[in-house]
Design a protein around this ligand. Structure first.
Ligand SMILES: NC(=O)c1ccc[n+]([C@@H]2O[C@H](COP(=O)([O-])OP(=O)(O)OC[C@H]3O[C@@H](n4cnc5c(N)ncnc54)[C@H](OP(=O)(O)O)[C@@H]3O)[C@@H](O)[C@H]2O)c1
Length: 383
């Protein structure tokens, strides 16, 4: 593989840090153009010292902004800085690994500049999947999924026209075999104790409520162009089968592997090549011994049903659901509401939304903002 020039948006987060571990193992394959983070400027600087990018970008206000640092390193700031990174045609690929809606505009900028995207940020497709995929097609840009489930499907699909169904696996999170009451009274600590994956706090809470699976169904719909009727969720507690597809003739192809985000991250940033990079140990069916599957309990995890409903509604329905859910998750993490309130609040906001079909990007951001405001006004009544 020719040395690939890469930038990482969200390098200080869970996905970003693991991406840098992959790059460290494959240092002769990559040159880092830019690293961008939010507020953790100390870690960003440490990463810059180690990986020697040309630019770093932080969302934190800093007196160093705009000045050249040692070794010619340039510090950029905020959304303007992200735009500068994503319009820099030196990049072959940009890993969008920031959390939240901040990923959307830079992704669109990179696409318009013909730069391939390794996409971890869920909000990009949940908020604006139609626009993003349409632009990617127009500019001939590859969107390579990082999420283990979509990465699995990406690996399984040979001829998309012959695929009947996508089967997305879900670990079930920490409350899989707990009662609804246990879930209702769960503490933040319990919700963050994911049995399989070590991730950022927001996505970990979404995994506990299974909203994460709901967001993944919407992403899969946009990434692979499948109707919601042809996307199925199956609970698989061991997280060994990362997802599967069923062909029209009934053959099922699944992708398996030990639960490690290093593997899908590496796949996405080295695609279509594969390397013996960060693989820690060889896969053994004998050691795994058994794989379990069960239908999701939609009474306990109604978030998945809500995501199907909002996905089918289309337009700004998924924008509303995403914004309300995110604000409710933050409120739960701040101790303002209970875990189960997250669904109730999100459902109420979805029920009361003013749906816009075929929204522009500005309309998407306006709906996002209005929903967050309304959600927080409603959350205030809980205390
Ligand atoms: N973690 C996983 O295993 C996983 C799997 C699949 C998909 N995803 C998706 O990937 C995304 C990142 O997840 P994560 O778990 O890595 O989250 P995380 O650990 O919370 O990290 C979030 C990253 O985004 C950065 N960030 C936040 N606001 C920013 C801003 N305004 N400008 C630039 N950067 C900003 C943070 O910077 P600071 O820390 O410096 O503030 C941090 O680097 C999410 O959309 C998540 O749903 C994650």
């Amino acid at each position: 593989m020719k040395k690939r020039k890469i930038s990482i948006i969200g390098s200080t987060g869970s996905i970003g840090r693991q991406a840098l571990e992959v790059i460290e193992k494959l240092k002769d394959k990559f040159e880092i153009i830019a690293l961008a983070g939010g507020n953790n400027i100390e870690l960003l600087k440490k990463q810059a010292e180690k990986f020697k990018p040309k630019y770093i970008c932080s969302n934190a206000p800093s007196p160093l902004c705009g000045e050249s640092l040692s070794d010619g390193l340039k510090l950029l700031q905020g959304s303007e800085g992200l735009e500068q990174i994503c319009s820099n045609n030196e990049n072959d690929i940009i890993l969008v690994a920031c959390s939240g809606k901040v990923g959307l505009r830079p992704t669109l900028t990179a696409i318009k500049n013909g730069i391939d995207i390794a996409l971890a940020n869920k909000e990009t497709l949940v908020m604006a999947g139609d626009i993003v995929m349409c632009e990617a097609k127009k500019y001939g840009v590859n969107i390579i999924p990082v999420d283990s489930e979509h990465c699995a499907i990406h690996q399984c699909i040979k001829n998309i026209n012959q695929v009947d169904k996508l089967i997305i696996t879900a670990s079930g999170g920490p409350f899989l075999h707990k009662s609804i009451d246990d879930m209702k009274n769960a503490t933040v600590e319990q919700a963050l104790a994911h049995p399989r994956w070590n991730m950022g706090k927001k996505i970990t809470v979404d995994s506990a409520t299974l909203m994460n699976k709901g967001l993944e169904i919407i992403e899969a719909h946009h990434l692979f162009g499948f109707d919601y009727d042809n996307i199925e969720v199956i609970v698989h507690p061991q997280s060994i089968v990362h997802s599967a597809i069923e062909y029209v003739d009934g053959s099922v192809i699944a992708q398996l592997g030990l639960p490690s985000m290093h593997i899908p991250i590496q796949y996405a940033i080295t695609y279509p090549e594969r390397f013996d990079g960060i693989k820690s140990k060889s896969f053994s069916f004998a050691e795994i011994a058994r794989l379990d599957f069960e239908k999701p309990d939609y009474d306990k995890f109604p978030t998945v049903k809500l995501a199907y409903e909002m996905g089918r509604l289309g337009g700004t329905a998924t924008v509303c659901m995403n914004a309300a859910n995110e604000e409710a998750v933050f409120a739960f993490l701040d101790g303002k509401i209970k875990l189960y309130n997250i669904y109730e609040i999100t459902k109420k906001m979805c029920d009361e939304q003013d749906l816009i079909q075929n929204p522009s990007i500005d309309e998407i951001f306006a709906v996002d903002e209005q929903t967050r405001k309304k959600t927080n006004e409603y959350i205030a009544k809980f205390s």
